[in-house]
Ligand binder design. Structure first.
Ligand SMILES: C[S@@+](CC[C@H](N)C(=O)[O-])C[C@H]1O[C@@H](n2cnc3c(N)ncnc32)[C@H](O)[C@@H]1O
Length: 269
């Protein structure tokens, strides 16, 4: 006689992951879809810009766990970001609906949300990224330029130092994470004037030293205004700069017409 097989569990708890963006400014940037992912989750993990924003998030869900405690001065940020993936995935594997909440857009200059979604999908779990308003979106509005007008390049500032990149000075240049520029260890919370001087020396190959540099901070609280400071490139090393600022260099040259291609297109008309 055949031994009957055990019944498979009915509707086994199936974990899932949603990584959502909270936007930059508390209260005004959260989309209805992101809010719904937060409210419907079993557990919420938060990597936010400040404690006040975290307190606000706690009003939306009874189980909000901060990811900030994983940061340590002297510990590699990559180790911290891998730990974030592990804590999210531990709960997903336990059958929970997990929501990771990140400030700004969860997929812009943010390693862990992309990685966690990749790992979750590879293991057969449902995983989704819900966009948010990023520092990039805010800077177009606050600085009043359209990336489509003459084009716009974005670089992680250290990458511009560690690798040979080609800057197009006819478009805008946006540099992220200038506050930790040149930190090869990934262990520092800030670098200083000497590191920013290296950045200036690299940029000086393409820009004059009196070229305007905009240091931009989007408002994170509704009572704040965006902070916009304009300095000459040569003064960047000695201008104090926080981890929450993005640096923009306006174009240094006019667009150069490509006459050969224009003539070719004219021949088609
Ligand atoms: C790890 S990235 C996170 C970006 C974020 N995911 C987003 O969507 O904007 C951190 C960098 O974002 C930029 N950033 C963060 N807060 C900002 C703010 N309030 N205003 C302008 N830029 C900001 C800075 O360039 C900073 O070094």
């Amino acid at each position: 006689m055949n031994t009957p097989l055990p019944h498979p569990p009915r509707n086994p708890a199936r974990g899932s992951l949603a990584c959502v963006g909270l936007g930059m400014t508390l209260g005004s940037h959260l989309t209805p879809l992101a809010r719904s992912h937060i409210e419907q989750a079993d557990v919420v993990f938060a990597a936010l810009s400040d404690g006040i924003v975290e307190t606000w998030l706690q009003r939306m869900h009874p189980d909000v766990r901060s990811l900030q405690s994983h940061y340590r001065e002297g510990k590699s940020r990559m180790k911290t970001y891998r730990e974030w993936v592990d804590v999210l995935m531990t709960e997903v594997r336990a059958g929970k609906r997990v929501c990771g909440v990140f400030y700004g857009h969860p997929g812009i200059f943010a390693w862990s949300p992309h990685k966690a979604i990749e790992v979750a999908r590879a293991e057969g779990f449902e995983a989704h990224m819900e966009p948010g308003i990023s520092a990039e979106d805010c800077l177009y509005a606050d600085l009043g330029f359209d990336p489509g007008r003459v084009g716009c390049q974005h670089f992680e500032a250290s990458q511009l130092l560690f690798y040979e990149r080609r800057i197009d000075v006819t478009g805008y240049l946006v540099l992220w994470q200038v506050g930790v520029v040149g930190d090869r260890s990934l262990k520092r919370f800030a670098t200083g004037a000497a590191h920013r001087q290296v950045l200036v020396d690299v940029l000086a190959a393409d820009y004059p030293l009196d070229h305007e540099v905009i240091i931009y901070r989007a408002a994170t609280l509704p009572i704040e205004r965006p902070r916009i400071r304009r300095v000459a490139l040569r003064d960047l090393p000695h201008t104090p700069l926080t981890a929450e600022e993005t640096v923009v260099l306006p174009p240094a040259q006019a667009l150069k017409p490509n006459l050969a291609v224009q003539e070719r297109l004219a021949a088609l008309e």
